[in-house]
Design a binder for this molecule. Structure first.
Ligand SMILES: NC(=O)c1ccc[n+]([C@@H]2O[C@H](COP(=O)([O-])OP(=O)(O)OC[C@H]3O[C@@H](n4cnc5c(N)ncnc54)[C@H](O)[C@@H]3O)[C@@H](O)[C@H]2O)c1
Length: 353
């Protein structure tokens, strides 16, 4: 049994249809003794009735601000701009530990209210491996969009869809030209997703991971029609593609899909563009002749909200059943305190109003 009171909040971003806990996992949590409150949310991919049917309490959108103090507030993306003082324990992707814009402000709100951020990105095992992530579906979509672009079938704007619909569009039709594809970071979560999407599209990709890029064969890379980059770079390595390579007359590469999207970072392995692309306008032409098109969308899994939520929720549920038992949660608390110190916010310090 557990005395956990989990409060699943509405996401403020209007395009965010994903949720960290889906109804089938909500049922398992409730059956294990978790008190679960779910906020109403017009855009969540699962209707509130499905949570109610498995024993969750229903609350209005945004009512977490007045939730009981012991409730643990669960979401995915950013909190609304208020309140100034965050008193609860919050689980979500805070994007606040790498000095991102707004990071100090968010950490100060926690310091002011005495609350804690348990950042989903830093929920790791004792080897530092992430325990709940959206990578597989990011890779699946990154490769799927590349296939559609390469076959001249990628429309705009992009809208959330289902895997069934997407796979139907991926199947080759008579007249489609064959092409070659390379997945780098092929052994990781998003790499596996990319390989699966290419398989659904009838394309057998070349797969590279650390071993194959140690002595990078750039001509071999540029000889593929499509590149799907799925690496998680942790130390700087020579870029996979440089500006000069785009003008290499031997370049076959036509479609570059960067799932990693490390644009602007010193770890960026594709320093050939300076801003991501968006759902409204997913493709940017980097070269006219011969053409080279870039897809670099940093919220890919939101395009498959049901499948990506189910996958993520399946990883998070067992961790929630162990909530507070040290391990990953203890490490997440330590990481929060470390980040607060790095921002000059001492533990328990209340900033001046
Ligand atoms: N665009 C999006 O919407 C989106 C969503 C989720 C994740 N991501 C990003 O996708 C990236 C990959 O995430 P993941 O969950 O698949 O990570 P992961 O750790 O599961 O896999 C990364 C893989 O990259 C490999 N790799 C690292 N450096 C390499 C190198 N120099 N050469 C070749 N292979 C290398 C690793 O060995 C590993 O197999 C991350 O940067 C993540 O932030 C993007």
């Amino acid at each position: 049994m557990t005395d956990l009171h989990l409060w699943l909040r509405h996401e403020v971003r209007p395009t965010e249809r994903r949720t960290p806990i889906v109804p089938s996992d909500a049922r398992r949590l409730v059956e294990s003794g978790v008190t679960l409150t779910v906020e109403e949310s017009p855009q969540r991919i699962f209707p509130i009735e499905e949570y109610e049917a498995v024993g969750a309490r229903v609350a209005p959108a945004g009512s977490w601000v007045s939730a009981p103090p012991q409730a643990v507030i669960l979401g995915l993306k950013e909190l609304p701009d208020g309140p100034d003082r965050l008193a609860h324990r919050h689980i979500f992707f805070g994007h606040a530990y790498k000095r991102q814009p707004g990071a100090a402000g968010l950490l100060r709100r926690f310091a002011a209210g005495g609350g804690t951020l348990l950042d989903l990105e830093y929920l790791v095992d004792d080897t530092g491996r992430r325990l709940a992530a959206f990578g597989y579906w990011a890779g699946y979509l990154g490769a799927a969009l590349a296939v559609l672009q390469q076959r001249g079938r990628l429309g705009a704007p992009l809208t959330p869809t289902s895997k069934e619909e997407l796979d139907a569009r991926l199947r080759p039709v008579a007249g489609d030209a064959d092409f070659t594809a390379l997945v780098i970071g092929a052994l990781g979560r998003s790499g596996r997703g990319a390989r699966a999407a290419l398989q659904a599209a009838g394309v057998e990709p070349t797969c590279w991971d650390l071993d194959e890029t140690r002595n990078l064969d750039r001509p071999a890379l540029l000889a593929h029609d499509v590149l799907v980059n799925c690496v998680l770079a942790t130390t700087p390595v020579p870029p996979f593609v440089r500006e000069a390579d785009l003008d290499d007359p031997a370049r076959r590469l036509r479609t570059l899909s960067d799932v990693t999207c490390d644009v602007g970072s010193p770890l960026n392995v594709l320093p050939v563009y300076d801003r991501t692309t968006e759902w409204d306008d997913p493709v940017r032409r980097l070269r006219k002749e011969p053409p080279l098109d870039l897809i670099a969308i940093d919220n890919l899994p939101s395009l498959l909200p049901r499948e990506s939520s189910e996958d993520f929720s399946g990883s998070l549920r067992p961790l929630l059943l162990d909530f507070g038992a040290g391990g990953p949660w203890g490490r997440a608390v330590d990481r929060f305190h470390q980040a607060s110190r790095e921002h000059g916010i001492a533990e328990g310090e209340l900033p001046h109003d």
